[in-house]
Design a protein around this ligand. Sequence first.
Ligand code: SF4
Length: 220
Amino acid sequence: MHTVSVSGAVACHVCPVRYFMEQEIARGESPRSIVAKQIAAHFGGKLDSGAIWGEVQAVLPEAAEEHRTLLEEWLARCRATDWRSATETEVAIASARLGIHGVVDRIFADEPYFAIVRSSEAPAAGIYGTDRIRVACYAACMEDLLGVPVRAGMVEYVPSGAARLCVPQPRDRRAALRAIRMATEINAGAMPRKPVRAPCETCPLQEHCSFGGRRLSDLW
Ligand code: SF4
């Protein structure tokens, strides 16, 4: 069975047109994400900037001084937080029930059983809506993996040094189901529709999008 990635489902929730377009554009991991994940790999232990910077350079040979600056700024904030140690990191998981798969950043021996690592600043309060959907998807995958109810996950906003508990609500799970269904239909050949509240103003694909500027056909 062809499953949808968790990141694809979240992209589809934001805008199905964007999801459709991104299927055609190879998108690598951003330097911010690499720095955040490498810091998070040391949570619960010594946050040694020299050692972590060496690892960032090993993963991203083109890492530049600006990324070292980010690393130092983020580490300074992260040192003020008490982080949990993971039993495993970057674990591939899936839910056949929901038809999704993904790679969860950190898993733990007890509740909450997992954390997702973000390279964005934390919101002033709570959790971003897209991160709530991510957690809802990963919670379902973790339930399938562990065979126990998984009601919550952590969201670790590395640039802010903030770890927040996310307990997905029914509306988050409904949004996740809608997004997975849409992504599955698009994968099967359906044409995406622009949602009423598409975030075109901040969309990086705006100038290439037939709804936001240039036509889709300009891309290929
Ligand atoms: S420009 Fe608007 S409609 Fe087009 S992909 Fe971006 S958010 Fe979606």
